[in-house]
Design a protein around this ligand. Structure first.
Ligand SMILES: [Zn+2]
Length: 373
């Protein structure tokens, strides 16, 4: 999974005396109906080699072949985006299978190109899950439906010291004070660890899991700043495995994201109504795409519309015109206009949000976009 600390490390890699090949490829089946990413890859390869200095080409030939070969032979691992970073000279190789599509790019440079990965961290909400009980705590990170365990806190008590009726023979109230003191110490440590995790990785939202008692104790100790980031609490076994944690927490995440999505669509419609930096309806979206103005495309899932494409300049339209208004090229009929529009948006570096079950979006044609200018 992507993490800010790892990307920082990659970006500042010390052994920089060779070249790096960085490949980003949109392999999203929804926005690549014919699986034509192979064609895009071949074109990028050809264009890159054409303009590359011959001496540099000699140095990165093996890396270009390596990423090319990887794409051809690893289709089964693909999600929606692939990022490959390679420098044989530095014995360096990184591969990322991403839950979101990325703009197609092939870059040869003296350092690995990680900006698109940084952008994914910034643009897609990450969640921390804190699992806590009286002497143990675990912290997880969730991003794009994936989970990893980040760390744990274990604060064992001094054995035997508070055994009820043990040889210390503590009084009942003394015993309770001791327990509370110990839990307090533990939770303090847990909160410190959570704090440093949140600030290091810029995590915006938190879910707390554990028994009702543990959850309410830890909530009581959190600063308001952190408490404001808590979007829900869940009952989870302390030693549940990662996928169990993910499945318990997912309803909270989905509910939160649904709410955000509704707000985004509200904003899209009101902004478009004011004729500001947004458009709704397919034809306006297609024109904005042609003018490269789309910053974020919002599209209803399963929206299917046939239309026309200009193979020469990529102009898309629903209107049955025989020649392209932009380049006078001959127009072709296509089945998947929405898919092509999404692919075009991604390749212009726009974000694409696919929305399920939103009546308001469907009422305005199922598609809209926030514009850059
Ligand atoms: Zn055209």
């Amino acid at each position: 999974m992507l993490s800010r600390s790892e990307l920082k490390e990659v970006a500042s890699i010390e052994r920089r005396d060779g070249y790096f090949v960085s490949l980003y490829l949109n392999v999203d089946p929804m926005f690549n109906k014919k699986g034509d990413y192979i064609v895009h890859l071949k074109n990028m390869m050809k264009n890159t080699i054409d303009i590359l200095d011959k001496n540099v080409y000699k140095k990165v030939k093996v890396d270009l072949e390596k990423v090319d070969n990887y794409i051809l032979t690893n289709k089964r691992s693909f999600k929606k985006g692939v990022a490959l970073l390679s420098s044989s000279k530095n014995s360096f190789w990184k591969e990322y299978h991403l839950g979101v599509p990325v703009k197609n790019e092939l870059i040869v440079d003296k350092s690995p190109y990680v900006k698109p990965l940084m952008d994914i961290l910034d643009n897609y909400q990450r969640y921390a899950v804190l699992l806590v009980d009286k002497e143990f705590a675990r912290i997880f990170l969730i991003h794009l439906r994936e989970i990893i365990e980040y760390g744990e806190v274990y604060t064992p008590d001094i054995p035997g010291k508070h055994k009820r009726g043990g040889w210390f023979a503590l009084s009942q109230s003394h015993y309770e004070r001791h327990i509370n003191y110990h839990i307090g110490m533990h939770l303090k440590e847990v909160i410190e660890k959570l704090d440093s995790f949140l600030s290091g990785e810029y995590i915006g939202r938190i879910i707390i899991g554990g028994s009702d008692e543990a959850v309410s104790m830890v909530r009581g100790m959190l600063h308001k700043k952190i408490l404001d980031k808590v979007i829900g609490t869940v009952k989870i076994e302390m030693f549940a495995n990662s996928s169990e944690v993910l499945s318990k927490v997912e309803p909270v995440v989905l509910k939160y994201e649904k709410k955000k999505e509704d707000e985004t669509i509200e904003k899209l419609i009101t902004t478009a109504m004011k004729n500001k930096d947004a458009v709704i309806g397919l034809e306006d979206v297609l024109n904005s795409l042609q003018e490269k103005r789309v910053m974020k495309l919002i599209v209803a899932k399963d929206l299917k519309v046939p239309g026309f494409i200009c193979p020469a300049c990529g102009f898309l339209t629903t209107q049955n015109v025989s020649t392209c208004p932009y380049c006078k090229g001959k127009m072709d009929m296509v089945d998947y206009l929405i898919s092509l529009a999404g692919e075009k948006a991604i390749n212009q570096g726009a974000l694409v949000e696919v929305v399920e079950d939103n009546r308001k979006l469907l009422e305005v044609g199922g598609i809209g976009a926030f514009l850059r200018f």
